[in-house]
Design a protein around this ligand. Structure first.
Ligand code: SF4
Ligand code: SF4
Length: 472
């Protein structure tokens, strides 16, 4: 018996420690049962997802055949649901003033060696213009928690500023927001400001570790932080993005608990998380990996991504520039559907050359957006700048409804092609442009509906002729 209740409003019940421990015991006890593992994989193959217990058991399995099947199936599901599309975005750091004391983050309040910065609205305009000049259409706003430097009014004003900027053919069409856990009222204000996804990482679900890593500041309240997505949904935000910082605690604990969090949102609000991010602990200004014995290897990381793809097939999965090109390539194949590109994790890092001393963490993938787009094309992927659902009001479980109606290939795929064509016309190098035509033709021919294919082909030509912003 555990106190686990996925529908509860209380974090200690929907992330029941006892249930997580029982799950880990169950997984350890059954991980060599290949009959059971194959049954779970058969269930995953239907594309309906897995429970946290089933997925955790697969995470534990060491059998080679099962492992091979996990990766093959993850690849297959990724291909079936997302095709070759990879959605691109960039983070935008507004301020690194922070009252919290997260021991793994260079922005923690006691770090006196880092310069503190906060962007003015004019500086935001410069940053966004620089991002638009690269070709970005989708941003994730990031800011430290500070009642004076980044109150909700500042965040709302910044969102307004970002949406208002038009520069050549550039426009930011979707602003996702990653700010500290806040009140229902503030979430409602964010919803009214037209945000895309509200993103908040749990860091670790393991309460004692969480409390140890967050010794002071508002974020030290584990329950308030863990219940943030409930308040966001009560405030009318139905796209939420969850994630843990793998390496803070035993990854298996956080893996199981994160899936319990997803089950909770589904049970209580009828909509699971829109995205799951899979950051790993990285070194930064005064942060050393030696302090984090739970840091996960590339091999484990890839397995986490693959099993998540089986467990929550319709939830977008995000990997950032914390990861190297090699590692990103490995996880793209088995589940990741969104990538950041050309990221700067410092405040003002896009429009100014000399601000990396204010970075939140070190970046591993330092390539330009054009280089990343070229790389994806060479790998056979379609870099997508699509924001259509948000702009058509298809929020919440809309990806699921597209999927259920069998419309992904007739909707996401053409949108990906059209936004890629815009990118090629407006921002790409000659080399990148030369890589695209064959792939665009291949993907165009793969659109099942003849009518959609014809409309898409016509619109691709219209984009070449100078028109912009088509969407299905
Ligand atoms: Fe502040 Fe966020 Fe860094 Fe914690 S992780 S110190 S809340 S910026
Ligand atoms: Fe995402 Fe909607 Fe675009 Fe598909 S059409 S890629 S679900 S925004």
């Amino acid at each position: 018996m555990t106190d686990y209740n996925p529908s509860s409003a209380h974090a200690s019940e929907f992330i029941s420690h006892r249930e997580v421990m029982a799950t880990l015991d169950y997984a350890a006890a059954h991980c060599n049962d290949s009959v059971l593992a194959n049954e779970i994989l058969d269930k995953a193959a239907i594309g309906k997802g897995l429970t946290h217990r089933e997925a955790t058991m697969l995470l534990y399995c060491t059998d080679e055949q099962i492992t091979t099947r996990i990766f093959d199936l993850a690849r297959d599901i990724k291909q079936r649901i997302y095709g070759n599309r990879i959605v691109m975005f960039a983070p935008l750091y507004l301020s690194n003033h922070c009252v919290n004391s997260c021991t793994y983050c260079a922005y923690h309040a006691k770090n006196r060696t880092i310069p503190r910065r906060k962007l003015s609205q004019d500086e935001i305009r410069r940053e966004v213009t620089a991002l638009q000049d690269m070709g970005h259409k989708r941003l994730a706003l990031e800011t430290g928690e500070h009642p004076v430097h980044s109150p909700i009014e500042y965040v709302l004003e910044s969102i307004d500023t970002i949406y208002s900027i038009r520069h050549r053919n550039g426009a930011i069409r979707r602003v996702n927001v990653n700010i500290a856990a806040t009140t229902v009222e503030n979430y409602r204000l964010l919803r009214d400001a037209g945000i895309g996804t509200y993103i908040l990482f749990q860091e670790t679900y393991h309460r004692p570790t969480y409390e140890q890593l967050h010794p002071a500041g508002p974020k030290s309240d584990w329950a308030y932080h863990t219940e943030a997505m409930d308040r966001a949904m009560q405030g009318g935000i139905d796209d939420v993005g969850i994630g843990v910082l793998f390496g803070l605690h035993d990854y298996r604990y956080d893996f199981a608990a994160m899936l319990m969090h997803a089950e909770h949102l589904e049970a209580r609000f009828g909509v699971g998380p829109h995205t799951i991010s899979v950051p790993r602990i990285r070194p930064a200004d005064d942060i050393s990996l030696d302090d984090f014995p739970n840091a996960v290897t590339d091999q484990v990381f890839r397995r986490i991504v693959a099993v998540l793809r089986l467990a929550v097939p319709y939830t977008g999965m995000i990997v950032s520039t914390r990861e190297s090109q090699e590692c990103r390539e490995l996880v793209l194949e088995v589940g990741v559907s969104q990538l950041s590109g050309a990221s700067r994790t410092s405040v003002g890092g896009y429009s100014s050359e000399q601000t990396d001393d204010s970075a939140q963490f070190d970046i591993c993938d330092n390539r330009t957006l054009d280089e990343i787009v070229a790389w994806l094309l060479q790998l056979g992927y379609i870099p997508s700048f699509c924001t259509a659902c948000y702009r058509e009001g298809r929020t919440g479980d809309r990806f699921m409804s597209l999927a259920k109606a069998g419309q992904i290939a007739n909707c996401c795929a053409p949108n990906a092609l059209m936004t890629l064509q815009e990118y090629l016309q407006d921002y790409a190098s000659a080399h990148t442009c030369s890589l695209a035509p064959d792939i665009i033709e291949r993907e165009l021919n793969a659109i099942p509906s003849l009518k959609t294919r014809e409309i898409t082909a016509r619109r691709l030509q219209e984009i070449i002729d100078g028109k912009r912003d088509f969407r299905f």
